[in-house]
Design a binder for this molecule. Structure first.
Ligand SMILES: Nc1ncnc2c1ncn2[C@@H]1O[C@H](COP(=O)(O)OP(=O)(O)OP(=O)(O)O)[C@@H](O)[C@H]1O
Ligand SMILES: [Mg+2]
Length: 301
């Protein structure tokens, strides 16, 4: 039986040239983007998608040009959250134009193409072996999207990552050193433990980890306009007392759980309430993110 190393050449497929062509198309398409930020965690359900959209909203309100690529192809949530579920993809001047939210954020999400009643399928002829191809096909799809969309001139392109510490590293590897990471945790030891693993895994590669956001950091009671405790964890983050979260990366801020924010996510209407406690918290994190991006030197492309 022939082993992998015995295969000589590409059998006429021009696979190496095709990969190089796609890479060049992606580099070219992203040339007008100032910052690339992947919002990840490792942990699922901690608010990566919510924060991606609402940090984008806070930065958009300052006049920045922002787009979001929902990189969670199997469980896309940006289409619903951003209100672009029924958006049509139309040709732009060169490539595909992005659908936009009512506040002007460009969003690519599989949820605009596939209804929630359907799963994303990757056809496989080998029964019981589809898992071996799935990751490869997902990243091939990511490459296609990156190369096919007209990103144009942007201040920030945000990638809303799927859960999983391993997948966080796979995205870092695929997206390359230009992409910085913002990690999201909730104030539980379980969540911090998983995020710590993502930090450890990312530290082996060249990507900058800008810091983390602690989401669901207390519960915002609108009736009493106060933050009440939500998680009673052994070592809560307390910026006033300077207590550590156990994560060895900067904390860019905390965002409380606000039922109104969850409702806005479900209905796809952007939360436009910068004067509320949660609005101010999001705005603070957005500023910290911006400061962090502007202050760190860009690695070579
Ligand atoms: N600060 C918050 N206030 C209110 N609701 C929130 C907050 N953060 C997240 N949520 C809600 O919690 C749920 C999970 O959030 P979200 O989908 O953003 O998490 P995720 O980390 O992206 O999940 P996944 O790992 O599946 O991608 C959503 O319904 C969202 O609206
Ligand atoms: Mg998500």
């Amino acid at each position: 039986m022939k082993g992998y190393h015995d295969i000589v050449g590409d059998g006429g497929s021009r696979v190496l040239e095709q990969v190089a062509e796609q890479r060049a198309r992606i580099t070219d398409g992203l040339a007008g983007v100032r910052h690339l930020v992947a919002v990840g965690s490792g942990k699922g359900g901690v608010g990566k998608s919510t924060l991606t959209l609402h940090l984008a909203g806070a930065l958009r309100a300052r006049g920045l040009r922002i787009a979001i690529l929902d990189a969670d192809f199997n469980g896309p949530s940006q289409a619903r959250m951003a209100g672009v579920q029924d958006a049509l993809f139309v040709p732009g001047s060169h490539k595909i134009a992005l659908p936009r939210t009512t506040n002007g954020i460009g969003v690519f999400s599989m949820g605009s193409l596939i209804p929630e009643s359907q799963a994303l399928e990757f056809a496989s002829t080998a029964q019981g072996e589809s898992h071996t191809w799935r990751a490869t096909r997902e990243f091939a799809l990511l490459g296609e999207i990156l190369g096919a969309v007209e990103w144009g001139a942007l201040d920030l392109l945000m990638f809303d990552l799927p859960p999983g510490a391993e997948r966080t590293v796979q995205y870092a590897d695929y997206l390359g050193a230009r992409t910085s990471f913002l990690l999201v945790t909730i104030p539980s030891a379980v969540s911090r433990g998983v995020v710590a693993r993502s930090v450890a895994a990312l530290s082996k590669g060249p990507n900058r980890v800008l810091g983390y956001v602690e989401n669901m950091s207390g519960y915002y009671c609108r009736d009493c306009n106060a933050i009440k405790p939500l998680f009673i964890s052994p070592e809560p983050f307390d910026s006033a007392q300077g207590r550590s979260s156990g994560l060895e990366i900067p904390c860019l801020g905390t965002v409380p759980f606000d039922p109104e924010l969850a409702r806005h996510c479900d209905t796809g209407i952007p939360l436009a309430a910068p004067e509320t406690l949660v609005g101010r918290a999001l705005d603070h994190v957005a500023q910290q993110l911006l400061d962090s991006l502007e202050s760190t030197t860009e690695p070579p492309r």
